[in-house]
Design a protein. Sequence first.
Length: 450
Amino acid sequence: MREIIPDQLPLVPVPVKHPIGSELGAVSQVLDAHPEACEWVHADLVRGLRRPELGREGLSGEQVLRTSMWQRYFDLTYEELSFDLADSASAQTFCRIALGEETSASALQRGHAKVRPETWEAINRLLVQTAHEEGIEPGRRARIDSTAVETNIHHPTDSSLLVDCIRVVARLLGRAQDFVRVPFTDHTERARRRGLGISNARGVEKKLPLYRDLLKVTERTVRAGMRAAEALDGLKPRSAAEAQEVAELASELRTYLGRTKQVVDQTRRRVLEGETVPATQKIVSIFEPHSDIIRKDNRNTVYGHKVFLSVGEELITDCLLPSGNPADATLATEMVRRQEEVFGSLPRDVALDGGFASSNNLAAIKGLDVKNVAFAKRRGLEVADMVDSPRRYRSLRNFRAGIEKFIGFLKHTLGLARCIWRGLQGFKRYAWSAIVAANVIAIARHRLAT
């Protein structure tokens, strides 16, 4: 009979009978089958510690690995992940978190940040090898493509970058006043007004006076910052803690002063002198200076990094994260060669996007004893030179098109459309952890389907 108010709730959690619960159970079994992955993560967690057996007990290697997979599976922020682990019995069971165990957002973030990109890559290769042994990923065919992933920055303009520089340096100068007395004027509000005026002004003639004033106050702020950095260097700290704080403040101040000078230089060259500044000489964010400028087929511009992916029948077998904005054609042979490192042998058939197509790449890949090489766009190449039959070419071209499904899954389900972790190493960790999550899920779904 249906009750108005239950007399007592069950003390033991009831197993979740739901498709998502079944899938998470299969994912958990995949992770349980590879305890060495937890050992690799643990090695990163204690790296650099003189006596890792001492101190407060933190998250284990297994907990860091599993919380990362849970976060990717549901595309959560750290605050949402922390709440899940405190509130959800399913999350606690999957992540091996004891009831009442502290899992704050900051503790989770620190744990994930210690796992190196190389560790995630090693875990991914371990998963691919397992799938290869089980027949899930035969390794006979590979498809290769690239995609652009944004870094977590606002749209860069010369004026907005200058405003960022003044705001950050002025804040650091305010902190420096606790240790040294360096007179300076906080031009943050003035800079914001000039930046707003530039964004609303129409025509170069109206913008130029605003830019000149913005550059003038930026240079004043830089000079004050340099005086503060010199004063901090000459300071005699009263304790070891103060010495460390002063050194870190001086280092941070010099870092942002260097980036500010670069922004001033590119703004003068582009706006005042009318020079076209090459993309390799530009900085598009003072917070994520590693961000590259990636032009996509004259359609739009992405500020982030190019990610090159190799995908087999079921799994993402490899990933390459080069610096800059290299043309696809320059990395075709390397991407194919790396497949031998993953499987121990080269694939029989390789399908690549049209951007990789060139006669040199075709000859080089064929020289690696790859039987069939198909580019999505031939670009003057003959089908007979690429594959053994027109039917094979159509099959491989259709096979390559399926890589878009994997890219879409990474971006729209696992959060790889925009990297929210800081720094170049953070970007690489973010990308590799998403790839590992995608492959763990793929293996789990394949096992459930068979």
